[in-house]
Design a protein around this ligand. Structure first.
Ligand code: UDP
Length: 365
């Protein structure tokens, strides 16, 4: 059998985490699949990129495109150009992309124009809010992918409902969520290695963890101030690992942060796991962090009007607060409903299912 070459395009923090489990599954699967790793450079700070490669055992990227820090259009355009060049040299059998970032769309577009089939992991998520850059990226990527790996049944039905626009049912596979695989794999490591609770002098269940990074929140002074005001009413400390974009915007808008909010630099994944697991509640606009709150049975306040992870809201685990400061403050006191369903995101074998399906499709196709 010929060796199957998969080029994986990653560039942003959550993609490093997702890729760590799928890359390991490629290595464990067989010698018939070779993965070439491409880092677009979308996230380039050490604490947004290097720390994940160091902690998660991801191989050093075979290519680093060094594209990042500009507007969506500039970044996406430059990525497409550079990815096309390397695809012409590497001639892969598949191009694999994750999620909903500019790196996702650039990888998918460059590949499809060269008639290279695209694998999309975390397919079918929809916020139905097309003003979000992430929504545009994920819809377009789904519509040009050949293999679509959906994390939930709802994601499958979102894709099926778009079938008349070109997505065939046979391309869609329900596999579960690779972030759940990652949580199961890395939790023990985090418990052994992380010292973050000691470093920040935190006691379990006596603080709230918050993250803010979505453009709709960071780039709007009124929304950002209102979120900070809502968090500031907490009766316990609020730990806020700061995303570089949020840091820049807080400075630009002159928004001051004081007690009870404690700002720290973005943390590595192992420290993040411990911060999440031990928080009394989590307030976030992150997609991944909403799910991790559920994995670690912590109540979550989502700082958006809608979410792609609707099942968490239905199960009473997640409370949509938007930027309303009163709702944010009140929701931070909600309790995790232990009666919720336990298997919303599969059984922790999403990565193996994905790799097996890629192999199978290649062999029969
Ligand atoms: N994360 C992290 N350190 C932080 C903040 C987040 O390791 O300081 C992890 C988090 O645990 C989750 C992922 O980054 O696995 C989520 O990434 P992000 O919020 O940037 O993107 P999204 O999930 O919204 O696409």
């Amino acid at each position: 059998m010929n060796v199957i070459k998969v080029i994986t395009i990653i560039g942003a923090r959550p993609q490093f985490i997702k890729a760590s489990v799928v890359s390991r599954a490629f290595k464990h699967c067989c010698e018939d699949i070779v993965e070439v790793l491409v880092h677009t450079g979308q996230h380039y700070d050490d604490n947004m990129s290097k720390v994940f490669f160091d902690e998660l055992g991801i191989s050093k990227p075979d290519y680093n495109l060094g594209v990042g820090g500009d507007s969506h259009g500039q970044n996406t355009g430059r990525m497409i150009e550079k990815i096309e060049d390397l695809l012409l040299v590497e001639k892969p059998d598949w191009v694999l992309v994750y999620g909903d970032t500019d790196s996702t769309l650039a990888g998918a577009l460059a590949a499809v124009k060269l008639h290279i089939p695209v694998v999309h992991i975390e397919a079918g998520l929809r916020s139905f809010n097309r003003s979000m850059p992430e929504e545009v990226n994920r819809v377009l990527t789904d519509h040009i992918a050949t293999l679509l790996f959906a994390p939930t049944e709802l994601a499958v039905s979102n894709l099926v409902n778009e079938g008349n626009e070109g997505i065939e049912r046979s391309k869609i596979h329900l596999v579960g969520d690779v972030m759940y695989d990652a949580a199961l794999y890395f939790y023990k490591k985090a418990e052994q290695k992380s010292k973050i609770l000691e470093t920040l002098k935190l006691s379990s269940k006596e603080y709230v963890l918050a993250t803010i990074h979505r453009q709709e929140n960071t780039d709007d002074k009124h929304r950002l101030s209102s979120i900070i005001n809502g968090l500031s009413q907490s009766s316990v400390p609020v730990i806020l690992p700061l995303h570089p974009r949020t840091k820049k915007q807080l400075n630009l808008f002159g928004i001051n942060i004081g007690t009870p909010i404690q700002v720290v630099e973005s943390v590595g994944y192992l420290d993040m796991i411990m911060l999440e697991k031990n928080a009394r509640a989590i307030a976030t606009d992150s997609g991944g962090v909403q799910k991790e709150a559920y994995f670690y049975q912590v109540s979550c306040v989502t700082l958006r009007e809608e979410t792609e992870w609707v099942e968490l809201v239905e199960q009473g685990v997640n409370h949509l607060a938007g930027y309303d400061e009163n709702i944010i403050t009140k929701s931070m006191t909600a309790k995790f409903p232990h009666t919720c369903k336990k298997d919303l995101y599969g059984d922790g074998s999403a990565a193996h299912r994905i790799v097996n399906e890629i192999l199978f499709t290649y062999l029969v196709g």
